[in-house]
Design a protein around this ligand. Sequence first.
Ligand SMILES: NC(=O)c1ccc[n+]([C@@H]2O[C@H](COP(=O)([O-])OP(=O)(O)OC[C@H]3O[C@@H](n4cnc5c(N)ncnc54)[C@H](O)[C@@H]3O)[C@@H](O)[C@H]2O)c1
Length: 337
Amino acid sequence: MPEPLRAAVIGLGSMGANHARVLSDTPGVELVAVADADPERVNKAIGGRPIPGFPDAATLLRETRPAMVSIVVPTQLHEAVALEAIAAGANVLVEKPIAASLPAAARIARAAEAAGVLLTVGHIERFNPAISELKRRLDEGQGGPVLQLRARRVGPFPHRIRDVGVIHDLGPHDIDIMRYLLGDEIERVYAESRSHIATGNEDLFAGFVDFRGGAMGLLDINWLTPMKERSLTVLCERGMFLVDYAAQSLAFYENYAAAAREGSYASVTEGPMTRYPIANREPLRVELEAFRDAVASGGPAPVSAHDGMAALAVAEALVRSGKTGMPVAVEEVAAAP
Ligand SMILES: NC(=O)c1ccc[n+]([C@@H]2O[C@H](COP(=O)([O-])OP(=O)(O)OC[C@H]3O[C@@H](n4cnc5c(N)ncnc54)[C@H](O)[C@@H]3O)[C@@H](O)[C@H]2O)c1
């Protein structure tokens, strides 16, 4: 039996506490240290177990030399903490978005490459079992060509998040899932955004994204809705998939006319709906197991730095479009951030 991988978590807030919980009982992993600037959060994450807790990343890295580190500090601090962890030789999972800006993300990616360590990004929705099943069905060609993807991710304002707006905080989830499902890149975006809660950042947002291959994406994302919804529809020529992320459910609404006419897209009529059985699992657990396996095998990052930067570039293009009221080419943002 190989030795368990020495894991650590830096940042033990609402998401980091979950990383610590999951890594505590992940086979093949030993949680050897946690750190947070807030000692109460350190104590809570340790929960009386003999795991050393630290007030900062530098001390944790120096004293415990972990092989894999989850970086779950506020987004503005991703770069500083990721660079420290990489310099200490750790393999790194940095929460989404990869960084607060594209230049910062590029510095993290270059440092990881130069140090020869694995860098992955916490685009957790890829590990939702309903998305894995949808990806499998789309790759098999069920539904035929994709015409449109529509993501809705709404809920109440999280008062702890002050460093970025809703596009950077929640947008990367849906941008990443759309790119992942289609295996295609977004070329151009247009957005309308508003700021109603006085943080200086946008909290209400509607965006449109155009894929190179012709599919269109709609993003309906905000922090102003008094109920949580996280859903995705993928409209194809031969039917429409519907995912509810929280319920981990996947349904397919068949376009009966297309099915009856053997592939021709002459018309649309309502056909039968099928709900697929999904074996539910906690997406964070699946994500951290994939991180563990990649570190153990020296394999590719489950979600690459390129993926993290591509999602961030689209988010930045959407922010720019929301401010200017003009469509923005993603290439412009990526080339001159
Ligand atoms: N993948 C997901 O679904 C998901 C969900 C929530 C948050 N996140 C991401 O996780 C990150 C953290 O978000 P959160 O909601 O947990 O925020 P949070 O504010 O609840 O937690 C951040 C924690 O970092 C600690 N911290 C701040 N500076 C530090 C430092 N220099 N060293 C050590 N600890 C420090 C804070 O004390 C706090 O406990 C963000 O990047 C966010 O985008 C991802």
